[in-house]
Design a protein around this ligand. Structure first.
Ligand code: ZN
Length: 733
């Protein structure tokens, strides 16, 4: 069985295993259907690889007649923006639409704001796409077409949560499939734009309207689910059915606009990481380009979160152009859509976005400015990036380490997958190890053979076929690091009796889980595992804190050395009672083995999740050391010096680049950054391609030619200082 062939039969089987006596007689999710071939997407429009700097002006209804189009056209020019997204229609039409129920801006009069802006942007030579947003509508629509409106679980038409005079539309019914198709066709016919960007197109949560009830029942045999439990058969079917419906909608819209302008496409605002609801593998097949919509930091969030978004999309889209949307305003639950961010925060966010291979897209809501402080930072950033353009046209990343993310684990197991991924992400950033993300349904050789080490952060749901792919990876000399419940469930989140990868780990599950553990420790076995690379930097530590959850496991193979053993929990109060009842056990808490040229590390506890929770330096060292031991080769780039840097390394046609983003800041875990604080000298050691000669080394931000030496295939460069973002650009001949 391949990963793309989760058949109806297996669906039935695992449903029965889950204890549900329901027949999924009619349900065949095409998305995962047997023998499903990758979607054969429509041709890539000729323009998609051209733009490097996007602008977006999202008009508000009263902008027509109030805002100054000439100002915006001038700003697009000053920022050297080469593509733009302009408000078209859906919720509000900014042109004289002829479509019944397509609401013209009440301030439009006889103007054609969209037309004026399209013409102005075309004069500047920009790629132009139009924005539509279908998620809300008005009383006249609700009265004429009540079945276009979303229905709540208790059967009521749904008012809009923020604009209570409006109605929320159903994303999966005729409002989108029929009405919005006509809107897109009209916009494309009138303006021949290069594409149509679709915001908030995928519904606004569960809808219990007549169409959703009937279509789901006809397709799956179930009534719409009333629980979020992913092991409920109706919920499980819904998770897949909704996706199929949205992929059908996407393709319907795409075909409709291409019939009018064959060199165009629709671009749904969709995608993300493990917790996103639409399958990234399928998205990667359908989309010729895509926008990652993580506009700014919110709450507790590291500045690398935007770079992570880039890696999530690249895992599915490969080197198709990925555009990173950033907001000039705050991105918090209270919204404040007319706010303006601190310039330093914008600058750092964009730096990490670009360093991770995305092209920037600024988004501004409202054509009338309430606060002009963002204009200069964005202009300066864009002009700088325009000067670097040739070095930003990457052909491939050169990272040798990758972290796998799993939507099926998030959908069907529902554990907190992001905490484990974030733990690894933070550790790899601190270790300055360049890395990529990989999608768990893309574990074929074409997607993973460039990596030496794959990291499986508590990847609970893995099919037998996916386990086979990981075994093959190790047999071919790759290394694997896994934590906690990795492979303990099948692809539907149903528990196995033992790990699917028990043979690879050399370990079996004893059927018991311990946790949450209070006051538990790990003993570092310096006597029996003296000098083991896993304990590098911990030579003086006899014991360190344990994680919070552990699986009871037993080895099924011989392990040469056991560097970590368990010190079981003991009372943490009263203080008089806080002493270990057991000083030493022979319970191993890490399993390291060599398998041919590959190496395998398995931690039977939640080291990555705990690291994200408490950020223990000791756990960081274990994670870093595990990657270095498993990878067992000279890294593509190493950077020594003080500070926290996001290090990425890329190949372009005639050059290589090392991006160094300086995240060293008191506001590293919670924005906004007050000021950028430079770090001192960094020594960069870069592996050159075999046979390549260096013709020039250039520091793009400093605009200097640094000292460098070449020893064999290794290039040494000194970077004297980094404010926010430095790029070591190496021209090759
Ligand atoms: Zn509906």
């Amino acid at each position: 069985m391949t990963t793309s062939s989760l058949t109806r039969r297996q669906f039935l089987k695992t449903t029965t295993v889950a204890g549900a006596a329901v027949t999924l007689a009619k349900f065949t999710p095409r998305l995962f259907a047997a023998g499903a071939q990758p979607a054969s997407p429509a041709p890539t429009p000729s323009w998609v690889d051209k733009p490097m700097r996007w602008a977006q002006l999202t008009l508000v209804e009263d902008d027509p007649g109030k805002f100054d189009p000439a100002f915006w056209l001038d700003y697009f020019k000053r920022t050297k923006s080469d593509a733009v997204c302009l408000s078209g229609g859906g919720c509000v039409a900014y042109y004289p639409t002829q479509i019944l129920f397509h609401h013209r801006s009440q301030w439009l009069g006889d103007r054609d704001v969209l037309g004026e802006l399209v013409a102005g942007c075309r004069k500047l030579g920009m790629v132009v796409i139009a924005r539509t947003d279908p998620h809300a509508t008005y009383d006249d629509v609700q009265a004429a077409h009540p079945d276009w409106i979303a229905i709540t679980a208790d059967g009521q038409p749904r008012r809009h949560w923020a604009s209570p005079e409006m109605w929320v539309t159903c994303g999966l019914g005729p409002y989108n499939f029929e009405f919005m198709t006509e809107v897109k066709k009209e916009i494309m016919s009138r303006y021949k734009v290069d594409g149509i960007f679709i915001n908030r197109w995928d519904g606004s949560g569960m809808c219990y309207c007549q169409h959703c009830r009937k279509n789901f029942k006809d397709s799956s045999g179930f009534d719409l689910p009333r629980t979020n439990n992913p092991q409920d058969p109706a919920r499980r079917a819904y998770i897949l059915w909704r996706q199929q419906r949205l992929f059908d909608l996407w393709q319907l819209w795409d075909q409709a606009v291409r019939q009018i302008n064959p060199d165009s496409c629709v671009i749904p605002n969709t995608g993300g990481g493990a917790t996103s609801s639409l399958d990234m593998k399928k998205i990667g097949e359908l989309a010729p380009t895509l926008m990652a919509d993580r506009q700014a930091r919110s709450g507790l969030m590291a500045p690398w979160a935007i770079g992570k978004n880039a890696k999530e999309y690249r895992a599915a889209l490969g080197m198709k152009p990925i555009v990173g949307i950033f907001s000039i305003g705050l991105e918090e639950p209270e919204r404040w859509k007319d706010s303006v961010q601190n310039g330093a925060e914008i600058q750092l966010w964009v730096a990490d976005l670009v360093a991770n291979g995305m092209r920037p897209w600024f988004t501004k809501f409202g054509g009338v400015l309430h606060d002009e402080r963002w204009l200069e930072p964005v202009e300066n950033t864009y002009r700088r990036l325009a000067g670097w353009e040739k070095y930003l046209r990457n052909e491939r990343p050169l990272a040798r380490v990758a972290v796998i993310y799993s939507q099926q684990t998030a959908w069907f197991v529902g554990n907190k997958v992001e905490d484990n991924i974030n733990g690894w992400y933070q550790a790899l950033i601190e270790a300055r190890i360049p890395f990529e993300l990989v999608h768990d349904r893309l574990l074929d050789a074409a997607h993973i053979s460039q990596f030496k080490t794959l990291i499986l952060p508590n990847l609970a749901a893995l099919s037998d076929a996916q386990c086979d792919q990981l075994r093959a990876f190790v047999n071919n000399g790759g290394s694997v690091i896994a934590t906690y419940e990795t492979s303990l469930c099948d692809e539907w989140g149903v528990r196995r009796k033992d790990f699917g990868l028990a043979d690879l780990f050399g370990v079996s599950w004893k059927g018991r889980t311990e946790g949450p553990m209070q006051n538990s420790y790990l003993r570092l076995e310096h006597d029996s595992a003296r000098g083991h690379p896993l304990l590098k930097g911990l030579e003086n530590a006899l014991r360190i804190v344990n994680g919070v959850w552990r699986l009871e496991v037993e080895p099924r193979a011989q392990f040469a050395q056991v560097p970590l053993t368990l010190i079981p929990s003991y009372p943490d109060l009263p203080m008089e009672k806080v002493y270990p009842r057991v000083e030493k056990t022979d319970t191993a808490e890490v399993f390291l083995r060599e398998s041919g040229k590959g190496r395998v590390v398995y931690f039977p506890w939640d080291i990555d999740r705990t690291f994200w929770e408490v950020l223990s330096v000791d756990h960081f060292k274990l994670l870093r050391n595990a990657v270095e031991w498993a990878t067992n080769e000279a890294p593509p780039v190493s950077v020594s010096g003080v500070g926290v840097l996001d290090v990425t390394v890329w190949r372009q046609k005639n050059s290589m680049t090392v991006h160094l983003v300086n995240l060293t800041n008191p506001m590293i875990m919670k924005g906004p950054v007050r000021e950028l604080i430079p770090v001192s000298e960094q020594q960069v050691r870069l592996q050159l391609p075999v046979g390549a000669r260096v013709s020039r080394v250039h520091l793009l931000a400093a605009n200097t030619k640094p000292q460098f030496t070449q020893r064999g295939q290794e290039l040494h460069v000194i970077v004297p200082s980094i404010l926010d973002h430095e790029v070591v650009a190496v021209d090759l001949v």
